[in-house]
Design a protein around this ligand. Structure first.
Ligand SMILES: Cc1cc2nc3c(=O)[nH]c(=O)nc-3n(C[C@H](O)[C@H](O)[C@H](O)COP(=O)(O)OP(=O)(O)OC[C@H]3O[C@@H](n4cnc5c(N)ncnc54)[C@H](O)[C@@H]3O)c2cc1C
Ligand code: SF4
Ligand code: SF4
Length: 359
């Protein structure tokens, strides 16, 4: 990328940013994808394939497909190690200052050339695809993450399944759902949407790898992902134990972590497991407050960017939102949302959008 002008500037190189760039290319609009880290692909690039004898439809392989598609299109340029630190309205578009960020070159995803020195870019429109922040399991201290041996987050279980470090002796697995979501105390009333599917696919994979494993699923209710999922869920209900309660505490037991919860008659029960897996959800992106201030954007009641309601409008003319930056979404939903953002950005360039022009 040598030009200091681009029709559309996309901040964030996860699935949403990449999908927005590909959709813009389909519409004949070049773009520049600016990623904060040194790698493209975002969180989804860290996920493993959860297929057993059949595909689990987890969506993880769509990242590789998108990267290949984006790299094959010459109208899409990429820049890593860069953060937007200033933004001003220019005509009907934006002028954005980018500052270099340190990159360590490790992690999942595809490496991308890093910004060497501060520079300013003009763009006809901006798409913010800065993603989400995974909830940190240790913040719900009553579940013992980091304190009680054998307690881990679903993301940590996924890494162990991926690199084969979950011991075969870890047979009694408990999942605790909605950790950090649907939680009024934290101010997170929203459902994170993806963590039921993530946990149950991991449970099914763990069981496939070691058929002796038993799974207990502590939950309030299970997200509905459509007819195909309902069939899969019916099979899992036959294989796993579903307990409609969220434990109040996880403590160290004699042979593993012990979950304490209310039984059917509200009597307290304590059950010991080999592993207790915490299903953590999504939080608004770390950059939400800074970007809202920089571009004059709205934020919804939960702190995500934008006006809420699932749209791609940001509350600022010529700025659009794609993917989990504006609320919890799966990989497939983030890709669809990015296509909407790209369509709005392309319409803005043509002067066809519904927003008021800048004063
Ligand atoms: C525990 C967990 C499990 C999940 N499981 C599944 C699953 O099984 N299936 C599924 O479909 N979905 C799952 N998801 C959701 C999935 O991770 C998201 O749908 C997907 O990552 C959204 O992509 P995104 O591009 O919006 O955001 P991200 O993947 O977060 O990508 C955002 C990118 O923007 C970059 N960035 C951040 N700030 C800036 C900035 N200021 N400037 C420039 N770049 C920036 C980031 O470095 C990152 O590369 C899960 C999420 C969590 C937390
Ligand atoms: S959708 Fe998920 S389970 Fe299916 S092949 Fe892709 S990565 Fe594997
Ligand atoms: S997706 Fe499931 S685990 Fe996640 S917040 Fe919603 S109900 Fe809870």
């Amino acid at each position: 990328m040598t030009s200091d002008k681009t029709p559309v500037l996309i901040l964030g190189g996860g699935v949403a940013g990449l999908a927005a760039a590909v959709e813009l290319d389909r519409r004949g609009v070049p773009s520049l994808v600016v990623e904060k880290t040194g790698r493209l692909g975002g969180r989804a690039a860290e996920f493993c394939c959860k297929a057993t004898s059949v595909c689990a439809r987890c969506g993880a392989c769509r990242v590789g497909d998108l990267l290949r598609e984006a790299f094959s299109r010459p109208s899409i340029a990429f820049l890593g190690g860069a953060l937007a630190v200033g933004a001003r309205v220019r005509d009907r578009g934006w002028e954005v200052d980018l500052a270099p960020q340190p990159v360590d070159g490790t992690g999942a995803g595809e490496p991308v050339e890093a910004l060497a020195a501060r520079r300013t870019l003009s763009a006809g429109a901006v798409i913010l695809a800065v993603g989400h922040q995974p909830f940190a399991a240790g913040r719900k201290s009553r579940f013992g993450h980091g304190r009680v041996p054998g307690v881990l987050s679903a993301g940590e279980l996924e890494r162990q399944l991926k690199d084969g470090t979950l011991p075969a002796e870890a047979r009694r697995l408990a999942f605790i759902q909605c950790v950090g979501s649907r939680d009024e105390v934290l101010g997170h009333a929203y459902c994170s949407r993806v963590c039921c599917g993530f946990a149950l696919r991991l449970a099914r994979l763990a069981r496939f790898l070691e058929p002796e494993r038993q799974v207990t699923f502590f939950h309030m209710d299970v997200q509905d992902y459509g007819p195909a999922w309902r069939e899969e869920l019916a099979a899992m209900r036959a294989d796993f134990e579903f307990v409609r309660a969220i434990p109040g505490e996880v403590r160290a037991g004699a042979g593993g972590p012990e979950a304490v919860y209310a039984g059917p008659d509200q009597q307290p029960l304590a059950r010991e497991f080999d592993r207790v897996v915490l299903s953590t959800g999504l939080e608004p992106p770390l950059a939400a407050a800074a970007l809202a201030e920089l571009f004059g954007l709205a934020r919804d009641a939960d702190g995500f960017l934008g006006l809420g309601g699932g749209g791609a409008e940001s509350g600022a003319a010529g700025v659009y939102l794609a993917g989990t930056a504006s609320g919890p979404r799966s990989i497939n939903e983030s890709i669809d949302h990015a296509a909407l953002a790209a369509a709005l950005a392309a319409a803005h360039l043509r002067g066809e959008n519904r927003e008021a022009a800048h004063a």
